[in-house]
Ligand binder design. Structure first.
Ligand SMILES: Cc1cc2nc3c(=O)[nH]c(=O)nc-3n(C[C@H](O)[C@H](O)[C@H](O)COP(=O)(O)OP(=O)(O)OC[C@H]3O[C@@H](n4cnc5c(N)ncnc54)[C@H](O)[C@@H]3O)c2cc1C
Length: 586
């Protein structure tokens, strides 16, 4: 059942208490409560997503993360040294479904390489793709696009499973779709991918998105709502977890089985207990904040805030990784009416009409996201950067850079011009090597932490961001685009030399919204890392983390599908009492 007031909860003791109902938390809640004799409480700071039109309509995604959004934690970064000291908006979802309720719905599970590297880094073969594929199949399935578009030759049906996250090709056909595919069929540098979700994450494709029947599919719609009527699943919304409390000592270390939370900063805290585990799924920014407020983190730093350290884990809040994103624009000279959606973006009347069509039939422009095409590419092996730097990609089937195509002006930094039609190619470095951090501002759980993604902090990231700008220019200079694309536009468009392009990138880079790794997983027997390969917090009993913070390194894709796979595996481990720590305690 869904609760808004802790006083209405039937008990204060549950088998599992899950903090956060985002990508990781919703999977854990749904899977663990499949056993009717297991009681599960989820505590979510935000409201319910049920019935919210702007959450459900895919095309409205960019409107969900503005500075005054009701559905997000409106975090900001510290001034970014390599971005001319700009401070960036850094929102995360604060609603059932977490960031999957406000994200752009790209569904990319990444190359097999990513997971095989996890297995290598953690010494646990359970993370190798050969052992994970069944959990990918358990998490997601392919459904028809809402416009009935043929998927022949664009996806490999055998690479998809039968899980609750429904994934489809773009439900609205854009004039650029065929041009993207035709370029890929004719220019060897940009090959057409058989299916980016089939293990090799290189090449051009139409975007596979978590959209079904023209509606957003989130971890809330796929996992949480279908389970919420179970008598053993309790979901408390509108309550912020402030602290985890030590409840004892075990051979593994201090035991944390109590959670404190409050509806706001002035209300008194309530406590609940977990008999089996607390599962922290508050996301890459909030998970380390909660750990540190609970005495788990760098002991010296915690002491400087007057927090008594319980476990010294210096990696808490370290190793923050994220992918830089920027928009490169090209003028569209086509005289096809509706060649782009710029007119709709400018016109309240056209938007109302598109929304009315969506309401009536779940079709049209609003039934798809703002981008239709995507490509992941490798930097050439003989790139000068590799003379000094080891290739950061997880393996040969992993792209270094990404291009995402929007059939109109996607305003990331500079607003949409008053007139004109545009193609936006959003560009990203998929394998960034910059490391940032999340640290405490103070000991108030309602104060946002200090967030430093350190964008473009390394020579590799600065090299790759320039290369992806040039790759996009080569892509749209293929003959396929003749008569459609005019000149380059905007801050990136004005730059010619590599130096000018890098300078322009410093002005234009924002986040792609993929922070990871602030509580990274590592092998059991090494002194670094925050969780072990079963995602149990090192040196602590009763506490597991299941969210993007545990990734040993950022996957070179959009991460929500990766979190679903990871959470499915860990839920299976728990259900089958397969984890070493639980076995040890039995
Ligand atoms: C604007 C945007 C666009 C994105 N686009 C894509 C995309 O196209 N494709 C893709 O794969 N990924 C995308 N992502 C990233 C993806 O959505 C996230 O990586 C993923 O949702 C992270 O899952 P998580 O479980 O780590 O955390 P989240 O999904 O963020 O969930 C964390 C939950 O914990 C709750 N919480 C936090 N602190 C507390 C507390 N103290 N007490 C109680 N509850 C708390 C939050 O409110 C939230 O509901 C995007 C993200 C954003 C923000």
């Amino acid at each position: 059942a869904l609760y808004t007031d802790a006083a209405d909860l039937p008990t204060s003791t549950f088998d599992f208490v899950i903090v956060g109902a985002g990508a990781g938390g919703a999977v854990m809640a749904a899977r663990l409560s499949e056993n009717p004799s297991t009681s599960v409480l989820v505590i979510e700071a935000g409201p319910s997503d049920a019935g919210l039109l702007e959450i459900a309509v895919p095309f409205m995604a960019p409107e969900l993360t503005g500075p005054f959004s009701k559905w997000t934690w409106n975090f900001t970064t510290v001034p970014q040294a390599e971005l001319n000291n700009r401070t960036l908006a850094y929102a995360r979802g604060r609603i059932l479904g977490g960031s999957t309720s406000v994200n752009y719905m790209a569904h990319t599970r990444g190359s097999d390489d990513e997971y095989n590297l996890w297995a290598q880094l953690t010494g646990d073969e359970g993370w190798a793709w050969s052992n994970l594929e069944k959990f990918y199949f358990k998490s997601a399935r392919l459904v028809a696009a809402s416009n009935g578009r043929s998927s022949t030759g664009l996806v490999n049906p055998l690479a998809h499973g039968f899980g609750p996250v429904e994934v489809s090709l773009p439900g609205h056909t854009e004039p650029i779709d065929d041009r993207i595919l035709q370029t890929a069929r004719t220019v060897p540098e940009f090959p057409l991918a058989a299916d980016l979700n089939a293990g090799r994450n290189i090449g051009m494709a139409l975007m596979q998105s978590s959209v079904s029947g023209g509606r957003r599919v989130s971890s809330a719609t796929a996992y949480l709502h279908p389970a919420i009527s179970r008598p053993n699943l309790h979901v408390l919304i509108g309550n912020t977890v402030t602290k985890l409390v030590q409840t004892g000592n075990t051979t593994r270390g201090p035991e944390f089985k109590q959670v404190e939370f409050a509806p706001n900063s002035t209300a008194p805290c309530t406590s609940v207990k977990a008999t089996k585990e607390i599962i922290l799924s508050a996301g890459t920014i909030s998970t380390p904040q909660i750990l540190m407020l609970s005495g788990v983190g760098n002991a010296t730093e915690l002491s400087s805030f007057g927090i008594t350290p319980v476990v010294d884990l210096p990696d808490v809040g370290r190793n923050l990784q994220d992918q830089p994103l920027l928009a490169s624009y090209f003028r569209v000279i086509s005289n096809i009416s509706n060649a782009t959606y710029d007119a709709v973006e400018r016109s309240p009347e056209l938007k109302t009409a598109a929304l009315a069509q969506w309401n009536a039939t779940r079709t049209g422009l609003f039934s798809g996201g703002v981008v239709n095409g995507v490509g992941f590419l490798r930097l050439p092996a003989n790139s000068s950067i590799f003379q000094n730097i080891t290739d950061p990609a997880a393996g040969p089937n992993t792209g270094h850079i990404e291009m995402i195509f929007g059939d109109g002006y996607n305003a990331l930094v500079d607003p949409q011009p008053a007139t004109g039609n545009f193609l936006t190619v959003q560009l990203s470095v998929s394998t960034p090597t910059s490391l940032g951090s999340v640290t405490l501002n103070n000991t108030d759980p309602f104060t946002f932490p200090v967030i430093d993604p350190n964008f473009l902090g390394t020579p590799f990231d600065r090299f790759a961001v320039v290369e992806v700008v040039k790759a996009a220019r080569r892509f749209v200079s293929a003959p396929t685009w003749d008569g459609f694309i005019g000149d380059r536009f905007g801050v990136i468009g004005d730059a010619d030399t590599d130096e000018e392009i890098l300078d322009a990138c410093r002005k234009e880079v924002v986040t792609i919204w993929h922070p990871t790794s602030t509580a990274r997983m590592a092998a059991r027997d090494v002194p670094w890392g925050v969780v072990d390969p079963d995602l149990l917090v090192k040196g602590v009993s009763g506490l597991r983390i299941v969210d993007a913070s545990v990734f040993p390194r950022i996957p070179a894709v959009h991460p929500s599908a990766v979190i679903y796979i990871m959470a499915e595996r860990v839920a299976d481990l728990i259900q089958n009492v397969g984890t070493r720590a639980v076995r040890d305690e039995l």
